[in-house]
Design a protein around this ligand. Structure first.
Ligand code: CA
Ligand code: CA
Length: 101
C-alpha cells in the first residue's frame, strides 16, 4: 500500500517536470540564439535586431539611441521604451562582461 503511494508520487513528480518543460515560458525556445551573439532570438525580434546576424555592444548602443529618439518623437510609448531599454541594458552589460574576460 505504501509502496504504491510512493510510486504514484514518483509518477506525479516526473509528470509535473514534463509539464514544466512544456509550459514554462523559459524553454529552449526562449533561449534559442541563432547567431550566437548572446541575445536570444525572441528578444532580438522584439527589439528589432537581426536574430541571424551577430550584434555587438555598439549595435545595442545604437539601438538604444534609436529608442531615445523614438521616445522624443513620440513613436514609442514610455512603458514600451522602458521595457526595451531594460532588455538592452541587460544585454549590453552581459556582452561587456563576456568581452572583458
Ligand atoms: Ca542572438
Ligand atoms: Ca543578432
Amino acid at each position: 500500500m505504501k509502496k504504491r503511494l510512493i510510486l504514484i508520487l514518483i509518477i506525479l513528480v516526473i509528470a509535473s517536470s514534463f509539464g514544466y518543460a512544456f509550459f514554462s515560458p523559459f524553454t529552449s525556445n526562449e533561449k534559442k540564439d541563432s547567431d550566437g551573439d548572446g541575445i536570444p532570438d525572441i528578444y532580438e525580434k522584439y527589439l528589432g535586431l537581426n536574430p541571424y546576424k551577430k550584434d555587438s555592444v555598439e549595435d545595442l548602443m545604437n539601438k538604444l539611441k534609436e529608442l531615445n529618439s523614438m521616445l522624443i518623437n513620440g513613436t514609442i510609448s514610455i512603458s514600451e521604451y522602458n521595457k526595451m531599454k531594460r532588455i538592452l541594458l541587460f544585454y549590453i552589460n552581459k556582452l561587456n562582461r563576456t568581452w572583458s574576460k
